[in-house]
Write a new protein. Structure first.
Length: 140
């Protein structure tokens, strides 16, 4: 083993990388994220529990931001330039955004992934990432 080469690099060279690809790749990459976001927002806009939060929103712009955010959150390229979750949702909290609304979003997200045939273990990973934003989204 070369002196300057660290152990992890040496191991990867000798035996190959043994870690799983990022969730982004396991889900199917950009095409899969794009399809999921498009279906997700169709569901959200038809959900009377939460669609009022999107009145007057440029949904093309919203979908583009969501695609960039999820790509980053799932371990893909980092092209998200939007606000952090707390700042980005603060105006919705003042309109009454609460846990029941967050739960509705989670339900629509899971339904979207099921519809796309995503494996349950990957849906669980996506749900865990989404759930990790709850307190920031709700301003807590």
């Amino acid at each position: 083993m070369a002196e300057k080469q660290n152990l992890a690099d040496w191991y990867d060279e000798k035996y190959g990388k043994m870690h799983n690809p990022p969730l982004f790749e396991q889900l199917g990459g950009s095409g899969a994220v794009d399809a999921a976001v498009d279906i997700f927002y169709r569901k959200v806009l038809n959900d009377k529990r939460i669609n009022h939060f999107f009145e007057g929103v440029d949904m093309d712009k919203q979908a583009a931001k969501q695609k960039a955010f999820l790509t980053m959150a799932f371990g893909g390229p980092h092209n998200y330039t939007g606000l952090d979750m707390r700042k980005g949702h603060a105006h919705l909290v003042t309109q009454g955004l609460n846990d029941s609304h967050f739960d509705a979003v989670m339900e629509n997200l899971a339904g979207t992934l099921k519809e796309l045939g995503v494996a349950d273990n990957l849906i669980g990973q996506v749900a865990a990432i989404a759930e990790s934003t709850r307190d920031d989204v709700l301003g807590r």
